[in-house]
Design a protein around this ligand. Structure first.
Ligand SMILES: [Zn+2]
Length: 302
């Protein structure tokens, strides 16, 4: 657990750990040897140099502000038809809801589900299968997503129903829309309204590039600022190679610009960064590192 100030805590619930991606799949055309200078803090948790793989955790972050519970991203889920990726396909008995219970949370305790973006490994537990129908897993929650993100995937779904994004829109987004539980949030919106905790804001922050409407949440609690930044930093390897965008980014150069801005601002102001797939640590502060190939950072794990 990470304490972010009086009455504010951050925890995580794992769904899939590790999620292993071939280096060449995530970063086509790049050379894993170019991470050698960061081997001491990337291996073995984040990069397996021998196997040439990147290791991620697929997890939800649980942010408690006073008595409110905000769940950020909902992983892969169960019983989802994902034949193109074996470790996502038709999963069962994953223990995810038990891990939420171990944090003292029942599904009905979640007040807000925030989707940083609508990729398949971030929306799966939005829904669960009940009597052959997809129903919202968190029945009391408001599910929130950035306006541009929902608009993008609605258009993709209309263009090729059931094809984009492993088909996750139909089973993990549309049922929540149909239940009237999902709404879009504008940039800069403060999700803390009504939470009655002084000197605290939780604002929707544009972080585009990984997807067109990717959004982070910025928590400010007195003198602490933490950014729950989803896939804007996909792996800590991108601290050492911030110019490496992934195969899954919709606009690579924009994703790089977003990441550099996040890292520069976090350095300048001591912000805490919480990447969605971060393993081992809850978050990190970042520090500039001298290196021959330009702007480079290293983490201070939290
Ligand atoms: Zn993603």
């Amino acid at each position: 657990m990470l304490h972010l100030g009086p009455g504010v805590t951050l925890e995580r619930a794992l769904d899939l750990s590790p999620f292993t991606l071939p280096f060449d799949l995530l970063f086509p055309g790049r050379d894993i040897a170019d991470l050698d200078g960061a081997r001491d803090w990337l291996a073995p948790l984040h990069v397996d140099f021998a196997a040439q793989t990147i290791l991620l955790d697929v997890q939800s972050h649980v942010l408690r502000i006073g008595d409110k519970v905000i769940l950020i991203d909902t992983c892969v889920g169960e019983h989802k038809h994902r034949p193109r990726r074996a470790d996502w396909h038709n999963r069962a008995a994953t223990g995810y809801l038990d891990r939420l219970a171990a944090l003292g949370l029942r599904a009905e305790d979640v007040d807000v589900v925030f989707c940083t973006h609508l990729h398949t490994d971030h929306v799966g537990w939005n829904t669960r299968l009940e009597n052959g129908r997809w129903v919202p897993t968190f029945p009391r929650a408001r599910y929130l997503v950035g306006e541009a993100e929902l608009a993008h995937w609605l258009a993709e779904e209309a263009r090729a129903p059931g094809e984009a994004n492993h088909g996750c829109f139909a089973d993990s987004v549309q049922p929540v829309l149909d239940a009237g539980l999902m709404e879009t949030v504008a940039d800069g919106a403060d999700l803390c309204c009504g939470m009655a905790l002084e000197a605290t804001t939780l604002t929707v922050t544009p972080t585009p590039g990984h997807t067109p409407g990717h959004r982070a949440l910025t928590l400010r609690r007195r003198d602490v600022t933490a950014l729950l930044c989803g896939d804007a930093i996909h792996t800590p390897a991108q601290l050492y190679r911030p110019d490496w965008y992934s195969r899954f980014c919709s606009d690579g150069p924009l994703a790089v610009a977003t990441r550099r801005a996040l890292l520069q601002e976090a350095t300048e102001h001591g912000h805490i960064l919480v990447p969605g797939h971060l393993r081992g640590a809850m978050g990190m502060r970042v520090h500039p590192l001298e290196a021959p190939h330009g702007d480079v950072w290293k983490p201070e794990w939290l």
